[in-house]
Design a protein around this ligand. Sequence first.
Ligand code: DP6
Length: 345
Amino acid sequence: MFSVTCVAPVNIALIKYWGKRHEDLILPVNDSLSMTLSTNELCAKTTITASKSFEHNRMWLNGEEVSIEESSRLTRCLKEVRRLALATGSQKVSPSWKVHIASVNNFPTAAGLASSAAGYACLVYSLARLYEIPFSDELTTVARQGSGSACRSLFGGFVQWHRGVLDNGTDSVAKQIVSSQHWPNMHVLILVVNDQRKKTASTRGMQNAVNTSTLLHHRADKVVPERINQLREAIQNRDFQTFGEITMRDSNQFHAIAMDTYPPCVYMNDVSHEIVSFVHSYNNAMGSLHAAYTFDAGPNACLYVLAEHVPQLVDAIQKVFPSDLMDSAEYLRGLPISPEHLETS
Ligand code: DP6
């Protein structure tokens, strides 16, 4: 019997992935770029045990058993990792042995905070450790087939998922741009506006968007390629002004696409919009960008802020937003998070 335990953090996109050109292989219509958070906060932890005596593959998610067979994404990830194990892995653990997988998130899965990204990255990374498969770009293509954004959580720091051009998806890989050490004072503050499960899941929301939004295609073809280059440069130069502006513009355009979808998808709520206005007023008052927001497919805000500006920002947020403005009874929960890499034990 062999066992391995790994931890993988969530990543938060600065240039969003929204729209697939192939549903099963999970090939995106545009490149995306994200920052991976620290393994001290918001992460998935997965233990996988392989044994000759196990009769079935089984999986537990946050303590509840889930059916692997009923999930085409789980089945595909297992199959793909086993293929790599046969090609490049050691023979210590036979790929023919059945596995038991137990995965937990240290944050509410319902909060819409990229739980599938951390979960699938952790699953694929743990399987790779189990079979002693060397880390490669190809591993990111396997995580991608679990959940698109998961391929970016295989790296720490700033990461780009290249859309690729091939139909078989072998060039749709994630690559690290710089490690977390490059910009160690970059923090994220997560404002939990609402921790309920989102109304329209990302997978369905983006399918509808690809089919009905003309803005989506304009963004993918004309806007994202240039934005990716500008953001990469801003990250290289630790230029928070450009970094912040591109991040906010991309979040706004992503939600404009959600509204351009027919029928529209509304992910942000009134409090989210209040936060947007607050950040712009705050930056104006500061005389330059001190904070940049981004919103995924839900109302919660992620604010990028440099470590030295965190206390002042938290103070201002607490003055402006009384607790009864928040849907969540938890009030504003600020989690200053610094980026880090995957851990194994
Ligand atoms: C808004 O990766 O959850 O967070 O590939 O269908 O599983 P599937 O979608 P998913 O979508 C994430 C969308 C996003 C933007 C992003 O993380 O880039």
